[in-house]
Design a protein around this ligand. Structure first.
Ligand code: ZN
Length: 316
């Protein structure tokens, strides 16, 4: 992508993608707040949204909603219709992760602007921007390591073959690459869906394996419950063990089940996003597939892209 070419479409980002929708949502949230206060209703965790939506809409309205345009000639930031920042793409330096879900676009001279790294427009803009960098290094495969690292948009799979078994691909499987924290029931960060070609057999094996795995905690839990197999009220070490097995395997499955089964079935696991969301790291067991993925990443336009129209999303 060289500056001066005009065949590249303009990428446009607006603060709060759908302004009209945000205003309607804010109005709804304000009505909910008034009703909740008048009738003393406890909104629980929804207080966050009830205040957050109108709050952020108001903040953007006060600061002035921005429009950011990006094309092969450079980047332009408008606020209230006025051009506030303009730089050629060649002066783009790096993406700097800010708090969760936002990144700063930093230029060589230190000027910067921020955008959310989530949502359709933000993701498209960041994908475009990161693709303009020097043909960036695909890390791996290296001897003794099954880790590959590359731009998210450079991740491609061989077309037409299942990533699990190499048979003809008739469907797809989704993997989640995320960045942030995951404490089983509480997670925080951003996530992007990566799609790979697969066959129906591997897809349904994955589904049934995951469901079947929950049978262990379920059966253990049944044993813990009082029943004819165990008179209630008597201390029973087997029931204590069954309880521990049930709870720990349930929590373990929630937290590590996907990675475990994807490693087993597809030999693809350990997906993670860089904090600025532009790069992905993954593990590939099969050396042949590992070399293919690295090769496809180095030759743009080949294979099938793992990312599609879906952007990066918040995980909460
Ligand atoms: Zn397969």
């Amino acid at each position: 992508m060289t500056p001066g070419t005009t065949d590249v479409p303009v990428v446009v980002y607006h603060d709060l993608e759908s302004w009209a929708a945000m205003r309607v949502l804010s109005l709804v949230a304000l009505i909910v707040l008034v009703v909740a206060h008048v009738f003393d209703v406890d909104l629980g965790v929804f207080w966050v949204f009830a205040y957050g939506i109108p709050g952020s809409t108001a903040a953007i309205a006060v600061m002035g909603r921005r429009r950011i345009e990006l094309d092969s000639t450079g980047i332009r930031v408008y606020r209230r219709g006025k051009l506030r920042l303009q730089r050629p793409l060649s002066s783009f330096s790096r993406l700097k992760p800010l708090f969760a879900g936002t990144v700063a676009i930093v230029f060589d001279d230190g000027a910067w602007t921020w955008i959310p790294s989530v949502g359709q427009e933000g993701t498209t803009l960041l994908d475009f921007l990161s693709a303009t960098r020097e043909a960036e290094v695909v890390r791996g495969p290296t001897r003794g390591s099954n880790v590959l690292e590359m731009r998210v948009t450079a991740l491609r799979f061989p077309a037409g073959t299942c990533v699990g078994c190499g048979r003809e691909a008739t469907t797809t499987v989704d993997f989640e690459a995320s960045s942030g924290w995951n404490f089983i029931f509480v997670s925080w960060g951003v996530s992007r869906t990566l799609r790979a070609p697969a066959c129906e057999r591997c897809q349904s094996r994955r589904k049934w394996l995951f469901r079947g795995a929950f049978a262990l905690p379920a059966v253990s839990m049944l044993y813990v419950l009082p029943g004819p197999w165990s008179p209630p009220g008597q201390p029973d070490p087997i029931r204590t063990v069954a309880f521990i097995v049930a709870v720990s395997s349930f929590l373990g499955l929630i937290r590590w089940g996907d990675a475990l089964f994807d490693r087993w079935l597809f030999g693809l696991w350990g997906f993670s996003l860089s904090r600025d969301t532009s790069r992905v790291r993954l593990r590939v067991r099969d050396p042949g597939l590992r070399h293919d993925i690295a090769g496809l990443a180095r030759s743009p336009g080949t294979g099938v892209a793992a990312v599609d129209a879906e952007g990066t999303t918040y995980v909460l």
